[in-house]
Design a protein around this ligand. Structure first.
Ligand code: ZN
Length: 309
């Protein structure tokens, strides 16, 4: 069993409008845009990163907004809900805030004994806010008061038709089964960062998800550094997983592999971080281009939709 994985690093999803996506995360949810860059493989598409002040691993939601992309269809084989942690007693204020801003499908409930507010993002993305004690410092530059502001990820919930093999994989990755609530099983990694939980919702009769705007593209797990990442890569390959080579993503190094339930997993390093190419005080303000796309700057600055602050 591995012990290098320390929880979530980031969650990456697809969107249909960069501007709407940016408004939702920076203004409605009050996260900080910590990087404005482009997709390595499709540089005419943004890659937008939102998180806490520094973009700490375990706080970072990232998006590829493909203009006018069709919506995905929710189903089995995907991450259905991405959950953020908020302070206890804050959900009433969040309900008022989100409904005033026209956010759809707000619903409150209890999961694993915690108060939860679920809602949809601009493309039908499944989100939840969970009331928990969490001592992470929130970003407050987005206009959400400190006493209710998002602290970072709480968990990610996968919807799977056949959950057994993915449960085994999580256990191999160092997660332990900690609780069940109805059809949902919760796993947590000990000694991790503040985003240690993964839920598996078993949906044996659901049709397969179709990826599109509002779908999670992949979830990334955090390892401290490249040495730990290589250990994880080797162990996964010894177990029979097809794992990509290590890829330099400028702000972290990444490896990817497809899991038995259909969800794409990444393992990403905490190093070097988002202050690699701009000061923490100005994260996310300027368009940053991967070096192989730097020569496209003039064209991309004309082509990419302005998204504002
Ligand atoms: Zn990623």
């Amino acid at each position: 069993m591995l012990n290098q994985i320390k929880g979530l690093h980031h969650v990456t999803s697809l969107a249909s409008s960069a501007k709407e996506n940016n408004d939702f995360f920076t203004h409605t949810l009050g996260l900080r845009r910590v990087k404005k860059t482009v997709n390595f493989d499709a540089p005419d598409v943004y890659h937008l990163y939102y998180g806490d002040e520094t973009g700490a691993p375990g706080s970072v939601m990232t998006y590829f907004p493909f203009p006018n992309a069709a919506r995905g269809r929710p189903g089995a084989g995907e991450v259905g809900t991405t959950a953020f942690s908020v302070p206890k007693g804050s959900l009433k204020a969040w309900t008022d805030r989100l409904s005033a801003q026209g956010v759809e499908d707000l619903a409150t409930g209890t999961r694993f004994g915690d108060q939860v507010l679920t809602f949809n993002g601009p493309d039908g993305d499944g989100f939840a806010l969970v009331e928990v004690d969490d001592d992470r410092a929130p970003w407050t530059g987005g206009g959400v008061p400190e006493d209710i502001a998002i602290r970072g990820f709480h968990s990610a919930s996968m919807r799977l038709g056949d959950s057994g093999a993915s449960a085994e994989l999580l256990t191999f990755m160092g997660y332990q089964k900690v609780d069940t609530d109805g059809s949902v099983t919760r796993f947590a990694v000990p000694d991790g960062n503040a985003a240690t939980m993964i839920d598996i919702e078993s949906v044996p009769n659901a049709p397969s998800a179709e990826q599109g705007a509002g779908s999670v593209h992949h979830i990334a797990f955090a390892v401290e550094n490249r040495a730990r990442q290589l250990e994880v890569r080797e162990a996964l390959m010894d177990t029979g997983y097809q794992v990509t080579p290590v890829i330099d993503r400028d702000y972290f190094w990444a490896i990817y592999f497809r899991t038995p339930g259909g969800v794409l997993f990444e393992v990403a390093t905490n190093e070097p971080g988002f202050d690699r190419d701009e000061d923490t005080a100005h994260l996310g303000e300027a368009l940053k281009l991967p070096s192989q796309h730097a020569h496209l700057r003039d064209r991309l600055e004309r082509l990419l939709e302005p998204i504002g602050d």
